[in-house]
Write a protein that binds this ligand. Structure first.
Ligand SMILES: NC(=O)c1ccc[n+]([C@@H]2O[C@H](COP(=O)([O-])OP(=O)(O)OC[C@H]3O[C@@H](n4cnc5c(N)ncnc54)[C@H](O)[C@@H]3O)[C@@H](O)[C@H]2O)c1
Length: 361
């Protein structure tokens, strides 16, 4: 990233935790939120990393984000949970919801967790990683309750969010599969990162407010809005609708058909299905078949212009290793917005900068 500031991960985490303290969060929440955001940067998903802090500040100042909130249980049949996130920090609510789901899946073999009204759940892959670390398979369908930003296939304006789909599969003998993507051509945060850096987005991702193709990220960042296109034509569009129906209408009780106006908070609904492979009776067979398939598919010889074939989750692990070593790049505009966000909460910019100790790349 040309002209970026580079942060040592622990220092960046300490700086962001200091800003989160300005929300009135307790020390554990400050650490949890900052750790989760820095982890998103480590895995290369800068769109869901520390650059989200200014947006969280705006959501909080509007009254749309509730610090120190806990999950409220609304339905509990054992293997089926319905939870209300009470507009709490998604980084905390998500972890708590998944911990409850993991416990139930271990007891019953399966658990469906319907979580509504969580503030931004960040990188959804974090929740699949939590399930996989407990030896579980997981699937997550997520909707985004905010101003719409993605157009339906063939539509000329935005009608829903970037609705991510995520799955985690433990693979004994190799790192897990963590498939984690927005159902839009590009995650909205990636258009924000491009806008902050003054760079265009790739062709075929965006339309302007007249429905015309454009590569200018301003159409997803500032008024008047255009729209991001769904990935994979009608197929990705179908997945986005599924995320809205399952994560939104079914799990969260809130799908994106209401006017959200200019509100800055971001709520997520998430339907998570957790399965314990051991409860299906033949875990050895699952493990050996899955591992053999992973070896088979990654043995495909690379085509010209490509590196070795990978399994989803591999690129994030490689980047995490590199950024742990070399530091996390943050563009100066994003860092300025983080400091400004802290100031709006009464956290002096000098104190945050001192903790972060950014160095020019
Ligand atoms: N909370 C929210 O409201 C929200 C909304 C949208 C997106 N998100 C998050 O945004 C993040 C970024 O999403 P995105 O759509 O930009 O992701 P992306 O386009 O970078 O795709 C990432 C996925 O593709 C896999 N992948 C990448 N290169 C690969 C390769 N060569 N071979 C095999 N697999 C490969 C990755 O391992 C990962 O599973 C995700 O973490 C998502 O959860 C969150």
């Amino acid at each position: 990233m040309a002209g970026a500031l580079v942060f040592e991960p622990a220092a960046l985490q300490a700086a962001v935790a200091a800003v989160i303290a300005g929300f009135g969060s307790g020390p554990a929440e400050c650490d949890e939120v900052a750790r989760n955001l820095v982890e998103a940067n480590l895995t290369g998903h800068d769109s869901h990393g520390v650059g989200m802090v200014p947006r969280y500040v705006e959501g909080f100042l509007e009254g749309g984000l509730t610090p120190n909130a806990r999950v409220r249980v609304e339905v509990d049949t054992g293997p089926l949970l319905r939870l209300d996130g009470q507009a709490g920090f998604g980084q905390v609510i998500g972890r708590e919801a998944m911990a409850m789901g993991i416990e139930r899946a271990r007891a019953h073999g399966v658990c469906a967790v319907a979580l509504g009204n969580a503030h931004h759940l960040g990188r959804i892959g974090a929740w699949a990683e939590q399930a996989v670390a407990a030896g579980l398979v997981s699937m997550h369908f997520v909707n985004v309750v905010a101003r719409p930003i993605v157009a339906p296939h063939g539509g000329a304006d935005a009608r829903f969010g970037t609705n991510p789909f995520t799955a985690g599969v433990p693979l004994r003998g190799r790192p897990p599969m963590i498939l984690d993507f927005a159902t839009s051509m590009i995650a909205q945060g990636k258009t924000r990162v491009a806008h902050n850096k003054g760079e265009p987005v790739p062709e075929g991702c965006l339309i302007d407010d007249q429905g015309r193709p454009t590569t200018d990220p301003r159409w997803s960042v500032i008024e008047p809005p255009g729209a991001i296109l769904p990935f994979g034509l009608h197929k990705g569009y179908g997945m986005a609708v599924l995320c809205e129906l399952l994560g939104g209408a079914l799990a969260g009780g809130q799908a994106g058909h209401r006017e959200q106006g200019s509100r800055r908070r971001v709520l997520n609904g998430m339907l998570s299905v957790l399965i314990d492979p051991r409860a299906l009776g033949d875990p050895d067979r699952f493990e050996s078949e899955a591992l053999d398939f992973a070896a088979w598919v990654t043995a495909s010889p690379p085509r010209e212009g490509f590196g070795p074939v990978q399994i989803a989750g591999d690129p994030e692990r490689a980047l995490r290793e590199r950024r742990q070593r070399e530091g996390i790049p943050v563009d100066p505009e994003t860092w300025r917005q983080i400091l400004e966000g802290g100031e709006r909460l009464g956290v002096p910019a000098e104190a945050v900068s001192r903790l972060g100790r950014p160095a020019a790349a």
